[in-house]
Design a protein. Structure first.
Length: 520
């Protein structure tokens, strides 16, 4: 009798074995933080994730009803209904199509991954989801009607801008005599943020999600400072200009700065009356027009590319991909400022020799050169960011080893790294002033980055980087984080982190430009 009782259980285990063999795991990153793994099954060549795990990743609840075969995902006060075997989902108002149906494995429900990465689910959930097939990583980031704030420091004035989606309404008001706040009613922020700016005009600013609104608070460096709020378009953003003590607030609205982004329709100003409607002015002595200040050229260099992947994480995240994504973000931030010209050494996944990167900057008479990279170490313990300028002697053995690793790319160009470095040493001896200026830019950038990213600051350092030696302008190399460290790697895959890093580098560039008298 005991053998007969055990037989069904044994058969059940054997029947489940083939299904378990199909199970695998994907790594998960939510808002730039690693969240372990998520089990998935392949069905019809398509991956499906455990429904319960999906609920946890998006901050919702999942209810699984095995008898009826129903799955309910509750999130943001709404419920999405799915049924086993069906390729449709519904929230009661709209219907979402699935590329493959919900399946059951080991008595658990699994939903198709394609549902999560689709545009319909992004709009319903308020999260942008991306799956990296090569690294088997699921990346989830919150989206909202309110973007992250940006800060631009000028001479006697600081601009804080806040990206807004079409239709979002806002209001600005004084916060006593020591600050100003901007409120977006019914706004949804991508995340909270607090920055200690301390640029002499603005002490700090903070973005916070509250019940039914988003609040951005700006604290002045001194009480009684004046401010002005207005809106700019392309992309749409609310702006607060804060003026330093003694500065005059201009009556005219600062001109809008256009950057590459979807245009938002804006009411046109009233047409100007024809010239004949004005009386002719009396003749006046000619006034010599003052030549406008030229925009300084910043060359951004996304390290590695093409056949040179750079460093790679154990999971397969490639440095060349992160570098390019961060460089494009830095270019966007600098162009939004409106007072720099920007050129990239590459805008796609191609191999560019080190010498050609610096030659491009020199041929265009670049004013500054910024190379973006990711660090790597044998162990997983090393983490943080560091900013380098060029020097004959490295700051420490680790910096020397890092420069040697980056310079080893010369072998892919068919060159001997030692011979090329000897040539660069002779060239660098004639550029003492540029070396000093590079060190100053490095220190300012490291300080500005440290205020904006939640990452260990390893300081401003020096080493003999080939790509920096050949540039006839102040040049720095930013190691944004360690791709070999799981937490750093998760940040590098996050759009929000790359934006914060770009904001920091741009702020360092602006601080240097102000010291040089390039910015008003």
């Amino acid at each position: 009798m005991k053998r007969l009782v055990l037989l069904p259980a044994i058969l059940s285990i054997l029947a489940a074995a083939p299904s378990r063999a199909l199970a695998a795991e994907v790594a998960v990153v939510v808002a730039g933080k690693p969240q372990g793994g998520a089990e998935f099954y392949q069905a019809g060549g398509r991956p499906h994730l455990d429904a319960k795990r999906v609920g946890a990743l998006y901050g919702g609840q999942v209810y699984w009803y095995p008898v009826s075969g129903r799955v309910q995902l509750s999130l943001r006060g709404r419920a999405l209904q799915l049924v086993v075997g069906s390729n449709k989902a519904s929230d009661g108002e709209r219907e979402l199509k699935l590329s493959s149906p919900v399946i059951v494995r080991a008595s658990r429900a699994f939903v198709p991954l394609s549902l999560l990465t689709g545009a319909d689910f992004a709009a319903w959930s308020g999260h942008q989801t991306r799956y990296d097939e090569r690294t088997k990583t699921l990346i989830v980031e919150k989206t909202g009607t309110v973007g992250a704030p940006s800060a631009f420091s000028y001479k006697g004035r600081t601009r804080i801008s806040l990206a807004l989606s079409p239709g979002a309404s806002y209001r600005a008001s004084a916060r006593g005599t020591g600050g100003v706040e901007l409120v977006v009613d019914y706004g949804v922020a991508e995340g909270d943020e607090k920055i200690s700016l301390d640029d002499g005009v603005v002490k700090s600013y903070e973005l916070k999600q509250e019940a039914k609104l988003v609040r951005m608070s700006v604290r002045f460096a001194e009480t009684g400072q004046r401010w002005k709020a207005f809106e700019l378009s392309e992309p749409r953003r609310a702006v607060i200009d804060v003026y330093g003590p003694g500065e005059t607030v201009p009556q005219e609205e600062p001109p809008a700065v256009a950057v590459a982004a979807p245009a938002v329709p804006k009411a046109l100003p009233p047409a100007m009356p024809p010239a004949a409607a004005f009386s002719a002015p009396k003749a006046a002595p000619p006034v010599r027009a003052e030549a406008p200040k030229r925009k300084r050229l910043i060359v951004i260099d996304p390290g590695h590319g093409g056949k040179d992947p750079g460093a790679s994480s154990p999971r397969g995240t490639r440095e060349k991909d992160v570098n390019l994504a961060a460089a494009l973000e830095l270019a966007r931030v600098l162009r939004e400022r409106g007072d720099f010209d920007v050129l990239l050494t590459r805008e796609e996944d191609v191999f560019v020799p080190l010498s050609e990167r610096s030659e491009l900057a020199n041929s265009k008479n670049a004013d500054l050169f910024v190379s973006l990279h990711c660090n790597a170490a044998r162990g997983k313990g090393e983490h943080g960011f560091e900013v380098y300028s060029v020097s004959e002697t490295a700051t420490d053995p680790a910096a020397e080893a890092l420069a040697a690793k980056e310079n080893a790319v010369l072998e892919l160009e068919g060159k001997d790294p030692q011979d090329e470095m000897a040539k660069m040493i002779l060239l660098a001896m004639t550029k003492t002033e540029m070396l000093n200026e590079s060190a100053a830019l490095s220190a300012l950038s490291a300080k500005a980055i440290g205020k904006r990213v939640d990452l260990a600051a390893r300081g401003a350092k020096q080493a003999a980087f080939y790509v920096l030696r050949g540039t006839h302008a102040p040049a720095i190399l930013v190691e944004m984080a360690f791709v070999s460290n799981p937490k750093d790697e998760a940040k590098l895959t996050s759009r929000r982190f790359r934006r914060a890093m770009a904001e920091g580098v741009a702020a360092g560039i602006a601080d240097y430009a102000k010291r040089q008298g390039w910015l008003e």
